[in-house]
Design a protein around this ligand. Structure first.
Ligand code: DGY
Length: 323
């Protein structure tokens, strides 16, 4: 019916999510399924008469794009937990509601963090490349020796939902958990993890460092050369948060020199145009931003975004309102 609110959907979404979007809204899907610039989104919103926008972490809604959105647009529901692609101050100033999809991707992302830790520690992608290149001449006692996770100290920076889920999994591998977070967790949530008020001071005890804090102007290139230098020699760095929190030049230099044993990275600054230096590094285990990429999680993310849109157009408070 014509009375349903017009919803601009910036990318193709899982089938069940698109079906529900089409049921609840006059949904206008991005027919090309390509990343849109902020200006493209504003132009499409005007063209379609959108009252809501369902965007993804790959779309950039900066202050200029937000200012260019037609007045009719009341809400931007992002299909992501991260909101660094949206200028939240500009949204707030304009009275634009922004919602995200927390909780539903916690387990999937924590699984990928463990996959990266194991893959980096056990040199899995090196082994895979060797087989595919036809370069494996058989088992030898000294081939591709990695290191155990068991008995190692895992340092988690940012002990929110995903950080805690990573800690839970890492304990099962016999790791000792250290963490730094703006606030200390209650003892039952801490579950024996060692709290460090100062993340810099914690670096010295991180055999493995896993980053779980949001990308903000303050956290840009947080893991820089100086902080890498504080890690124990041979440490492993894992990033499933956002690429911009790592200084690529510094990490690449530390991996190339052997100062760090390995890194497992699922996210990169300027995706998909990651720093070319990573490609030549055998000890960099690289994934194309797969943190939430399971059928179950992507469906749940879509439904969660639609729950927020439904609530707003029903005149209720959005459950996952960010601003
Ligand atoms: C998020 O939700 O922020 C992820 O990075 C995309 O799945």
């Amino acid at each position: 019916p014509a009375s349903r609110p017009v919803l601009l959907v910036t990318r193709r979404l899982p089938e069940a999510v698109e079906a529900r979007a089409a049921r609840d809204f006059d949904a206008r899907l991005n027919p090309q399924d390509r990343a849109l610039s902020g200006a493209d989104i504003a132009a499409l919103a005007a063209e379609t008469g959108a009252e809501g926008i369902l965007c993804t972490a790959g779309d950039r809604l900066d202050a200029t794009a937000i200012a260019a959105l037609p007045e009719e647009v009341r809400i931007v529901a992002t299909f992501s937990v991260g909101t660094d692609h949206i200028d939240l101050n500009a949204a707030k100033a304009r009275g634009l509601i922004v919602t995200n999809t927390p909780d539903v991707l916690t387990d999937a992302t924590a699984d990928i963090a463990l996959l990266l830790m194991l893959g980096a520690a056990r040199r899995a992608s090196e082994g895979e490349r060797m087989i595919r290149a036809g370069a494996w001449s058989g088992w030898t006692p000294t081939q591709l020796l990695g290191t155990h996770l068991g008995g190692k100290r895992l340092g988690i920076i940012g002990m929110g939902r995903i950080g805690q889920a990573v800690a839970q999994r890492a304990r099962a591998f016999g790791m000792t958990i250290h963490y730094s977070n703006r606030r200390r967790l209650p003892a039952e949530q801490e579950a024996g993890a060692v709290y460090h008020a100062d993340p810099e001071a914690m670096l010295a005890v991180c055999d493995v460092l896993s980053l779980h804090f949001p990308a903000t102007p303050e956290t840009t290139h947080w893991l820089n050369a100086e902080r890498i230098e504080r890690l124990p020699p041979g440490a492993i760095v894992v990033n499933t948060a956002r690429g911009s929190v790592v200084d690529d030049e510094a990490l690449i230099a530390a991996l190339a020199s052997g100062r760090l044993a390995a890194a497992g990275l699922d996210v990169f600054e300027n995706e998909p145009n990651l720093h070319a230096g990573y490609r030549g590094l055998e000890n960099a285990f690289l994934l194309p931003h797969l943190g939430s990429a399971t059928v179950e999680t992507r469906n749940a993310m879509g439904f969660r975004a639609l729950d927020n849109l439904d609530a707003v157009f029903a005149g209720a408070e959005a459950p996952d309102r960010v601003v």
